[in-house]
Design a protein around this ligand. Structure first.
Ligand code: GLN
Length: 334
């Protein structure tokens, strides 16, 4: 892995530009919201310091803006689901993935034990049942090297070598009976192939990768920049796979809060119970936030407030008239 710290283009601190000002405002608006609770169903997560708030934005051209605790490590948890899904799409193709994991919002909790009544498949890859199935696909492709291979790809997206948080992994492994139950039900209905325990173990490991808000902003910016990491210039993900991933993040990334979220922010996003959230503004920027207190749906309270504020301030909503996105149709006409 190349040392890229010196490549990161820090935003100018002397003359505050609009993005830094919006980020500072988002931080200020979120700071006083100390409601919510740490995830404690994974015992190790209950030991986190709740008073952390970090926000980072990286533009698709690689300019980084930060405020607060952006270098504080925490586990990626369900945010891994977006990147794993993208990888599975690339490795085996959308058709094969779609045959095992749907793309419909479940409207239910991330750990719900429910499947599509017609196909018997998980509703989507952003809930646990879907992500465990995706882990099964990755395990089928990479066999016993699966964790290392996927970690390598995540690391390329973050532009630094990421690592497993061994204690969070062991904590979830020791207590993750519900996820194991889901995986065995998936196996019983033929959606998840043996060895089931290996698939769920890979899922636990992927959730326990340690990141920072800055890492998440760079990973999100890699999605925003059509798969090319804006810091290293390396091609990390395939464009077609990103397209499908962002679409599912749009409709399902914030669990049973996804509808309100997308109406209010218009930003495809993914949250994790470690307190992280990513937001991807296509072709424009990636957002990474970290604030570990969660609401009742399992989303970071302060992350939700801060990203909504950013969206409002910078006009990032997909359907905001100020957000012209990639206006290629006009270019075709000209
Ligand atoms: N590892 C966690 C779990 O399976 C991830 C959940 C989440 O981040 N929403 O419960």
């Amino acid at each position: 892995m190349v040392d890229v710290a010196s490549n990161i283009n820090l935003s100018p601190t002397h003359s505050k530009d609009a993005i830094q000002m919006a980020l500072d405002l988002a931080y200020k608006q979120a700071l006083s919201h100390t409601e919510g609770h740490l995830a404690d169903y994974i015992p190790e997560l209950a030991l986190m310091n709740p008073d952390r708030l970090g926000l980072a934005v990286m533009t698709a051209k690689g300019r980084l803006y930060t405020v607060g605790d952006v270098n504080e490590p925490f586990t990626i948890q369900s945010i891994s689901k977006a990147f794993s899904y993208c990888l599975a799409l690339e490795l085996v193709g959308a058709e094969k993935v779609r045959a095992r994991v749907g793309v419909e919002p479940s409207g239910d909790a991330f750990n719900a034990i429910e499947f599509d009544p017609v196909t018997r498949c998980p509703f989507n890859p952003m809930v646990n049942a879907g992500a465990i199935t995706v882990a099964g696909i990755l395990r089928d492709v990479y066999q016993q090297d699966a964790f290392e291979k996927v970690l390598e790809r995540f690391s390329k997206a973050a532009s630094r070598q990421l690592e497993l948080d061994e204690s969070v992994y062991l904590s979830e492994k020791a207590t993750g009976h519900r996820n194991r139950a889901i995986s065995h039900l998936l196996c019983a209905s033929g959606v998840l192939a043996e060895p089931v325990d290996e698939a769920v173990d890979l899922y636990f490991r992927l959730c326990s990768i340690r990141v920072t808000a800055t890492d998440l902003a760079i990973m999100a910016a890699t999605f925003a920049n059509m798969g090319e990491n804006p810091v290293t210039g390396e091609e990390v993900f395939e464009l077609k796979a990103i397209r499908d991933t962002l679409a599912v993040m749009y409709s399902c990334g914030m669990y049973d809060f996804s509808g309100s979220w997308i109406c209010d922010t218009g930003i495809p996003a993914k949250s994790g119970v470690g307190g992280g959230v990513i937001g991807v503004v296509n072709r424009q920027l990636g957002i990474g936030s970290f604030a570990p207190r969660l609401d009742e749906k399992g989303n970071s309270v302060q992350g939700v407030i801060a990203i909504k504020s950013l969206s409002d301030e910078l006009g990032l909503h997909t359907f905001e008239c100020s957000n012209t996105g990639s206006s290629f149709v006009e270019q075709l006409i000209r």
